[in-house]
Design a protein around this ligand. Structure first.
Ligand SMILES: Nc1nc2c(ncn2[C@@H]2O[C@H](COP(=O)(O)OP(=O)(O)OP(=O)(O)O)[C@@H](O)[C@H]2O)c(=O)[nH]1
Ligand SMILES: [Mg+2]
Length: 446
């Protein structure tokens, strides 16, 4: 490929296999991924395959057709085609054979997603995670890479000659395995830091809410709108853009629109995609696991993507099951309603939604909707909280400020023997501040 990826021309190929539901729709998504990676796709070619070829995926006739089409397109555009993108995940052997057949770089969907992630990774953790996923992907493909190199006359010097290829592969394999060990250790360190931060936040007991959903659904837009609602500075905002995988890192922010109410900690997470490569799921597990510690999940769905939103819900719910977050209360946020004919009062039904699932139809660009969402989140969080009256002696001002910081205070008055507070307390709060709870009015002696 060329140094500047924006200069690359490509062809997209894909096979409809036994479990493929709609190859055209799937190819459109991979086309978008290619665009996100800066590759300009000229054409897509697909084939239904009852029995995929173990060595080349496609049959020889189709490969010939793709090769001819590639030449024709190169002639028509006056430039060579730099890359063939294959929608299906290729085995190392298929990858090698197709590269040989097409005489250019071949990138499968996994490779494409890895390219985008590598391009977008900003924080140390994301960079480590991407590098680790890239190496895991590269390791079984080393042999193919070296064959390619020796054909181009790249394998020369002291290691050339019979067996040099194998020696080089062995050296590279060891180097990669060593680097993967290093990365694993570094990532363990990052994960420990994250766990410490998490424990500190949990001690503060501010409720935790996590945005989760398919890529480009509007999670970061919603986070930013909620931040604006709580009057946060512009530099607290996260990156939101019309592109796949705009967000790769988990960001946690406190949202508190009204000082008398407790608010919550909101985390934005990496977007999901169908058939997320296994190497990436593994590498990004700790980032996604942030969702496991939430008191409430906001499952954000792009309602304007009519043909796909129920599949996106399925992918999200399956991923939540995979990371062990199925039992966390959830609120479905059907976003981008402004681009649809739905009215905000409607209920969405699809096979993975249960009748008692809470849902809200809204637009992340509409401040009124963001206010409704904020109230809905607080309502969900309040379940399990009870209105409690506490009388705190005047020498315990610290307890009053802790309560005001952690809980929603409904009223506060100053009496002769202390501050009287009416607070929405959770069971842990009842235990901690139990000594000051006044006897419920119904039990007071006349
Ligand atoms: N019309 C409309 N556009 C929206 C709405 N919400 C978000 N968008 C747009 O959708 C695009 C994607 O939004 P993001 O907030 O970056 O989406 P995301 O879910 O964070 O995406 P990833 O980080 O890639 O997973 C942006 O161009 C937003 O401006 C909405 O309610 N209506
Ligand atoms: Mg985002």
């Amino acid at each position: 490929m060329r140094d500047d990826p924006a200069e690359n021309l490509g062809i997209l190929i894909g096979a409809a296999l036994e479990d493929t539901e709609d190859i055209d729709r799937e190819l459109r998504e991979t086309w978008d991924l290619a665009t996100a990676a800066g590759i300009f796709i000229l054409k897509s070619i697909s084939q239904t395959l009852v029995r995929p070829n173990a060595a080349t995926l496609f049959g020889s006739g189709k490969i010939e057709e793709i090769r001819a089409e590639k030449e024709r397109l190169a002639e028509a555009s006056g430039r060579s085609i730099d890359v063939v993108i294959c929608h299906n995940t290729l085995s190392p052997k298929q990858h090698r054979n197709l590269t040989e057949s097409f005489h250019c770089e071949v990138i499968d969907r996994t490779g494409l997603i890895l390219m985008i992630f590598a391009e977008r990774a900003r924080t140390r953790e994301a960079k480590l995670q991407v590098e680790s996923a890239q190496l895991a992907y590269l390791l079984p493909r080393l042999a193919g890479l070296h064959e390619g190199l020796s054909r181009q006359g790249g394998a020369s010097g002291p290691l050339s000659g019979k067996g040099a290829g194998e020696k080089q592969i062995e050296l590279d394999r060891r180097r990669i395995e060593h680097r993967m060990d290093e990365l694993r250790r570094e990532l363990d360190g990052v994960e420990k830091e994250r766990a410490i931060q998490r424990r500190r936040r949990m001690r503060e007991r501010i409720p935790r809410v996590s945005l989760i959903g398919y890529t480009n659904a509007g999670k970061s837009t919603i986070m930013n709108a909620l931040l604006s609602l709580s009057g946060a500075d512009a530099e607290k905002q996260v990156y939101a853009e019309d592109m796949l995988f705009a967000t790769l890192d988990t960001t946690v922010r406190r949202i508190r629109a009204d000082r008398s109410r407790i608010g919550f900690l909101l985390s934005d997470t990496v977007g999901l995609i169908e058939h997320l490569p296994h190497t990436l799921v593994k590498a990004f597990r700790s980032t996604l696991e942030e969702a496991c510690y939430a008191d409430l999940l906001l499952i954000v769905v792009d309602l304007s993507d009519r043909e796909s939103y129920d599949r996106h819900i399925r992918t999200t719910i399956d991923t939540l099951a995979e990371i062990g977050a199925s039992d966390i209360p959830r609120l479905f946020v059907f976003n981008k309603v402004d681009l649809t004919d739905f009215s905000r009062g409607q209920r969405i039904s699809c096979d993975r939604l249960q009748a008692d699932d809470m849902q809200i139809l809204m637009s992340g660009r509409d401040p009124e909707d963001i206010g409704r969402l904020y109230d809905a989140i607080l309502d969900c969080l309040r379940q399990g909280y009870q209105e409690t009256e506490l009388r705190i002696p005047y020498d315990r001002g610290d307890a009053v400020s802790t309560l005001c910081d952690r809980y929603e205070v409904l009223s506060q008055t100053h009496e002769a023997d202390g501050t009287l507070l009416r607070v929405l307390l959770d069971p842990a709060g009842v235990k901690e501040f139990g000594a000051w709870i006044t006897v419920p009015p119904a039990l007071r002696k006349p």
